[in-house]
Write a protein that binds this ligand. Sequence first.
Ligand SMILES: Cc1ncc(COP(=O)(O)O)c(C=O)c1O
Length: 301
Amino acid sequence: MPSITSSTALPATPCYLNGEFTALKDAKISVMDRGFIFGDGVYEVVPVYAGQAFRFAQHMARLDRSLAELRIPNPLSLDQWREVTHKLVNDYALSQHTSPEKIDQLIYIQITRGVALRDHVMPPDLTPTVFAMTNTMKPPTPAQRMHGVACVTADDFRWEKAHIKSTSLLGAVFARQISADVDAVETVMFRDGMLSEAAACNVWVVKNGKVLGPPKDHLVLEGIRYGLIEDICREAGIGFELRRISRAEVFGADELLLSSATKEVLAITSLDGQPIGSGQPGPICARLHAAYQRAKQGLTS
Ligand SMILES: Cc1ncc(COP(=O)(O)O)c(C=O)c1O
């Protein structure tokens, strides 16, 4: 998403707000929106390659799961979401004087409970606020792909409903800042000594040729890459297991990986200043990344 420092810096790129397409700089919501007052909302981030949304149905299914947790009905049907995002992707490319096939984008969708006088209790029957925008995707740099990235660790101090893709992200903001303060790329978190995830990525351990990830429970956000990595491993004959992973196993990994919509699959080669495995991206990372690129070309959505 664009780095925005003041309202004058808001770009005129297209966005969608409550049924209307408008310029991002002109989009306005009420100060009484419960998203603003309580962080009472959910979001999604969908990668778009050459104009085509990747794993769109899975992203929309996760949006439904997050909304269900908040007891907010999905204001749009799957077809309506397809229409909105398709128009945004095309209009955004036009605003950049290019065609959608020539750029990769990242769609951001946010739904809040809507506008009401301030009261913690969830008011029934509010009209949700629906917002979507898109931007040029910023993938990892060639140097990050080649050498992997440095990360740091922290205790997972976020709430215990990490499975909801909620806009209440102060825990994630604090977590990410720990790594930003030391120029590291992500913060790998542990709850009660067991791996959970990073501030905005899932984390994978590779040991003896097998890919290990934390269980899909309330302590992690089930990234859309969870299913994708499992599929790739099954097709490639790479072992795959979800289970609790200790801090010692993370530091003793042969390879350590981040996954997210923007990072795809990216090697962590240093953690808290210690090298992981050989200190360079390993063979399983290379295989997963190559298979990921093939999946993008096939665009399983
Ligand atoms: C906390 C957290 N975990 C994991 C992920 C990765 O999810 P996905 O693969 O769907 O991008 C994200 C993505 O933003 C995240 O915020």
